[in-house]
Design a protein around this ligand. Structure first.
Ligand SMILES: [Zn+2]
Length: 391
């Protein structure tokens, strides 16, 4: 008997025909749709919330056309580090704004030439002023800083809800039958998804006895149906199950854009990053709680951990590393890893990403020799493989 833990990234939904990349969301909902200055006389609407405006400026400034999930989470991370985290060379934006308020320094943020930093500062300073007024030396700036982080998190929720609405627009189709509008599931996506899942791990009911299949889905979709015998968890939350694509705004999604826990707990720079802890994806989910561990296959049996469609970027390392820890992949010869790429990806780039993931994990071992030896050991014991998707 061999259990499977299947890890799905955005490549899975893309393969099933969804326009679920961040670029597609950005192009459909932000680019050419919003503006940060209404006076252009065009048909754009004002950006909805801090993050939408910031992404708009980012694209405007850098003309980035190839956003992927890593980019947006990278933008979130860099913004939060700039706003909240002090280091030896640089005052945080929050501390700069506080200094300017206390010392009555006038800032003239030119919104026509606005860059990301200017925009962030032009958002931060008025927030503090609203809370405590000008020149207030004795305000509780630590409390206000916490409130500011909560505000930015609230603003992020707006972007997450916009994404939910965008995705649900693809998953549920409106049909008008006899003058009545009804909503139908996008059957093309669901049938492709079921087919692809069965291709990755045969899991039609009754085909196997007591084999155990779990899916950790990094997408926000829920691609399984009753036919399939498996358990699934949406690592970063799930789209709402309402027809939010028809409403002005989704109020109900629990999807999460955020920063990886390793960014916060990384103490190499000696800086404690408590201020941005609330943005941590692991902090915001309960993946490694007891509840989530119930869905993981048991440690004692043979297990293959399969990855498909995941770019294995650093932003998600902490999940993979907790899983590797949980199964003790160094010593546990029952566990093997299989990375599956589809035809469009190149084997070379997949290999490089796998190599980076494993060596970064090894570098965290207390026993440094074991850490260096990890990849070699996995190869030698034939417990790691990189294969192309077979149709
Ligand atoms: Zn929704």
């Amino acid at each position: 008997m061999q259990n499977t833990l299947l890890i799905l990234g955005n490549g899975f939904d893309l393969e099933c025909g969804l326009k679920s990349s961040f670029t597609e969301f950005f192009n459909a909902c932000i680019k050419d749709k919003v503006s940060i200055l209404k006076e252009y006389g065009d048909h754009k609407v004002e950006a909805d919330g801090f993050w939408q405006a910031l992404l708009y400026i980012y694209e405007w400034k850098y003309n980035q056309n190839d956003y992927n999930w890593f980019d947006i989470e990278d933008i979130i991370k860099n913004t939060l580090l700039n706003v909240f985290i002090e280091n030896l060379n640089k005052k945080s934006f929050y501390e700069q704004a506080k200094y300017d308020i206390i010392n009555d320094v006038n800032n003239d943020y030119n919104m026509r030439k606005v860059g990301m930093d200017e925009y962030i500062k032009s958002y931060c300073k008025p927030f503090i002023v609203r809370k405590c007024g000008y020149k207030n030396k004795f305000a509780n700036y630590e409390e206000i800083k916490k409130d500011f982080a909560i505000d930015l998190l609230f603003q992020l929720k707006i972007l997450e809800n916009q994404f939910c609405k965008y995705m649900n627009g693809q998953l549920v189709k409106k049909e008008i039958i006899g003058g009545q509008s009804t909503f139908k599931k996008n059957e093309v996506y669901f049938s492709k998804a079921v087919k692809l899942l069965n291709n990755l791990v045969p899991m039609i009911k009754d085909k196997h006895g007591d084999m155990f299949i779990s899916i950790l889905n990094f997408n926000y979709t829920y691609p399984i149906n009753n036919e399939l015998k498996c358990k699934i968890i949406n690592v970063h939350g799930q789209l709402c199950n309402k027809i939010c694509s028809q409403n002005a705004i989704c109020l109900d999604s629990n999807i999460i854009f955020g920063i990886d826990d390793t960014v916060i707990s990384d103490s190499k720079d000696g800086i404690i990053k408590n201020d941005i802890k609330i943005f941590s994806k692991t902090y915001r989910t309960l993946l490694m709680s007891n509840n989530a561990q119930k869905i993981l296959p048991s440690k004692g049996s043979k297990l293959v951990i399969k990855f498909f469609g995941h770019s294995l970027n650093k932003a998600d390392y902490s999940y993979f590393q907790s899983i590797f820890d949980y199964y003790d992949i160094y010593n546990n010869s029952n566990v093997s890893l299989e990375f599956i790429y589809n035809g469009e990806e190149r084997k070379n780039s997949s290999t490089e990403r796998v190599y980076n993931l494993i060596s970064d994990y090894g570098a965290k071992f207390t026993n440094k020799d074991q850490g260096k030896n990890l990849m070699h050991k996995l190869l030698l014991e034939k417990r790691i493989s990189i294969n192309s998707l077979a149709y």
